[in-house]
Design a protein around this ligand. Structure first.
Ligand code: UT7
Length: 334
């Protein structure tokens, strides 16, 4: 577990951008190819639709679009960005990842460092934690953090237990000490490797190299123990949420909005109930986008702002869980 508790040095999340593909796959469309129903998917997950990349579309383009929006909305010029962190579980290429392609397409200065960060669906909050500490400790000034995911590319579209759950998307944030908006109050990240096997794509790494794979081999697709994940999810998000609140010297009554990882409406409702927070203070959009992994939080955060729910000065709690099992939370004042 790491935590950022030196409040004097914590930077701001200056802006948020997000992008999803135009293509949409509805529950009704899935009913035509799978033994499933809109009724099952809606009642078990809250999902109605998911945005999915077309075969010819590049996942990193979503990251570029979200980043352009975040940079445009911030007072930071593209050439001032001095580090780019791309949280993603399935990079454009295993080598060299997604970050160099995004940096290149954004036309950022040639010599800045960039890297991919893999921490399940908590990747965006891990990247925020890393950025907050890099600015505090390493001397970077303006960091672009991206959550980018195209799980449709590793989903077995014949497996009803997984394919209905995921969508594609990206979100981005500019993090800096500049400005007076989005002050990070606390961040914390955790992991529980005893749960490392709950969600996985086994093939494509060094244990099962990509070249050995075949379309029929289920180990090359995302698989999970849904019930096991469900059981741990609420505890993980609750623990990290309470930790950042305690670290910031606040309690739940100070929180205006919770933006949780969007995987399943039942998990979100149980989290709210276990924290004693009404659903009227929780941002939910899992119905429209399904689980976009590292991108759910920035996409939902941006929507909450644009809908007029999250207002300037609001205290916002972000919390996520996912493969690994990596989890965490960030508390900020928008
Ligand atoms: O970012 C983290 C990613 N993962 C998650 O957050 C997943 C967390 N887990 C979940 O969201 C839930 O466990 C699921 C939505 C995956 C499943 O819901 P559940 O209430 O735990 O259902 P279940 O696993 O108990 O499955 C119940 C039944 C099974 O049939 P039998 O064995 O009872 O006959 C499944 O085969 O539902 C069946 N089923 C489906 N039926 C219709 C599984 N998927 C489907 C489907 N349509 N798409």
């Amino acid at each position: 577990m790491t935590e950022s508790s030196d409040k004097e040095t914590l930077p701001n999340i200056l802006s948020i951008g997000a992008a999803v593909p135009e293509g949409v796959v509805t529950n009704e469309e899935l009913e035509k190819t799978l033994d499933t129903s809109d009724e099952w998917i809606t009642s078990r997950t809250g999902i109605k639709r998911r945005h999915v990349l077309k075969e010819e579309e590049k996942p990193s383009s979503l990251g570029v679009e979200a980043s352009r929006e975040a940079i445009d909305k911030s007072p930071v010029d593209p050439e001032e960005i001095d580090l780019v962190v791309v949280a993603t579980n399935v990079s454009d290429m295993p080598i060299p990842g997604s970050s160099p392609f995004i940096v290149k397409e954004l036309g950022l200065s040639r010599d800045i460092p960039f890297f991919d960060l893999k921490a399940g669906c908590s990747g965006f909050l891990y990247a925020v934690d890393v950025a907050a500490n890099m600015i505090g400790g390493k001397g970077y000034a303006e960091i672009l953090v991206i959550g980018l995911e195209a799980l449709s590319r590793v989903v077995n579209w014949d497996d009803r237990s997984t394919c209905v759950l995921f969508g594609d998307g990206a979100g981005a944030a500019v993090i800096s000490k500049r400005g007076n908006r989005g002050r990070i109050l606390s961040t914390s990240i955790y992991g529980d490797p005893s749960k490392a096997n709950l969600i996985k794509v086994e093939g494509g790494g060094t244990r099962l190299p990509p070249a050995k794979g075949s379309e029929e081999d289920e180990r090359y697709y995302i698989r999970m123990e849904g019930k096991g994940v469900f059981k741990s999810a609420v505890n993980m998000m609750k623990r990290s949420s309470l930790h950042v609140l305690e670290d910031a010297g606040l309690d739940l009554s100070d929180v205006d909005w919770i933006v949780p990882h969007q995987a399943n409406i039942r998990i979100i409702k149980q989290l709210a109930s276990s924290l004693g927070v009404g659903m009227d203070r929780v941002v939910v959009n899992v119905d429209e986008y399904a689980n976009t992994s590292t991108a759910t939080i920035p996409i939902a955060f941006k929507e909450g702002i644009e809908e007029g729910s999250i207002e300037s000065g609001d205290v916002v709690l972000l919390t996520a869980f996912g493969a690994g099992a990596a989890y965490g939370a960030t508390l900020l004042e928008w």
